[in-house]
Design a protein around this ligand. Structure first.
Ligand code: SF4
Length: 334
């Protein structure tokens, strides 16, 4: 495989949680392709299903429907969601996850050395101790940890250093795909920049593919090649980053982008407020899920769910009026 070949094909993922007779649709019919070496950003408000989607892709949750076609390092295509436990054990190390909270994702009773070592021991039980130690030291140094402090416990490290520990743990098995779930959200802005630059450098060095889940559009714009926007469990827009940020085609994306601060005091931001709360996913609105908050809503929107279609090359949108609204520059008419 070479850079740019398709490594993942996420197809029609549905994730429903049922409790006490109530069914919550956390993810509904999400599909998108991922090329080797690229970064796909997934954005949306809290509760839109982006974390659940990430967990479905790494199979931390078993999705209700759908498939994740994965092209393995030896060129085979497998459905990551359908493989048996034995095959899973072989390929699980190729798709790893970095978690949101560097405080709670590390076991406080283990030393940092043992935390990074644990996945190696689980996957290669016969590996000699000296080789394990060499691998742990190498990856710790590569992510910028001081290897003299690896016998300390996580509480002795700062937030940024803990996130580096999480990255080292994810990288120690030489993965090809990493799902970063709000990987920098809990960090101070200056530390965020360091960790993002580290992720960027590691991507170049190891040819990694990232799925970068975040609510922060500025971070996603900086790091991603393509961006998917989720609302109430559905992908409403998916496009190359430049297209999406300069030329959004869905009213929800338009509204999200209007809230991103512009680093120029002479430019006035025309903020388009999102009215109301996100509807209850256990009882989503009829038709277009966004219609209760959309200022362009028509009767058709309340009755019919819009299809998710490719309106321009690589630019997918789910909105009845996307073409018309884009043509007239999203001007609002009462
Ligand atoms: Fe708004 Fe209608 Fe488009 Fe939904 S389909 S985003 S309600 S204009």
């Amino acid at each position: 495989m070479s850079k740019g070949d398709r490594i993942l094909d996420v197809r029609n993922i549905h994730m429903r949680f049922t409790s006490k007779g109530i069914c919550v649709r956390a993810v509904t019919d999400v599909s998108f392709p991922v090329a080797e070496g690229e970064t796909i950003g997934i954005v949306g408000e809290s509760g839109c299903g982006k974390t659940t989607l990430g967990r479905c892709i790494v199979r931390a949750y078993e999705p209700s429907e759908g498939s994740v076609l994965y092209t393995t390092s030896d060129g085979r295509q497998i459905d990551f969601l359908k493989i048996d436990k034995q095959t899973m054990k072989k390929y699980r190390k190729e798709i790893q996850m970095i978690f949101q909270d560097p405080y709670s994702s590390l076991d406080p009773r283990m030393t940092v050395f043992d935390i990074i070592k644990e996945p190696i021991v689980a996957n290669y039980p016969k590996m000699p101790k000296a080789e394990i130690e060499r691998r742990v030291m190498d990856i710790a140094a590569r992510v910028g940890l001081n290897t003299a402090y690896l016998k300390r416990y996580p509480h002795a490290f700062s937030g940024g250093q803990r996130q580096r520990i999480g990255i080292a743990r994810a990288l120690v098995l030489n993965p090809r795909v990493i799902v970063c779930d709000e990987a920098v959200s809990a960090l101070d802005v200056s530390i965020q920049a360091q960790v993002i630059n580290l992720l960027h450098d590691l991507q170049k060095e190891f040819g990694l593919t990232y799925l970068f889940i975040s609510h922060d559009l500025s971070v996603v714009e900086y790091i991603s090649d393509k961006v998917g926007v989720m609302y109430l469990g559905k992908m409403v827009e998916f496009a190359p980053t430049k297209n999406l940020f300069e030329h959004p085609m869905h009213p929800y994306t338009e509204s999200l982008l209007s809230a991103v601060p512009i680093a120029d005091p002479t430019v006035q931001n025309q903020r388009i407020p999102l009215e109301g709360e996100i509807p209850n996913p256990a009882n989503p609105p009829s038709g277009c899920f966004f219609h209760t908050r959309c200022r362009y809503c028509t009767g058709q929107c309340t009755r019919e769910a819009p299809a998710y279609v490719e309106l321009e090359p690589e630019h997918y949108v789910a909105c009845h009026r996307a073409q018309e609204l884009t043509l007239r520059g999203f001007t609002y008419e009462e």
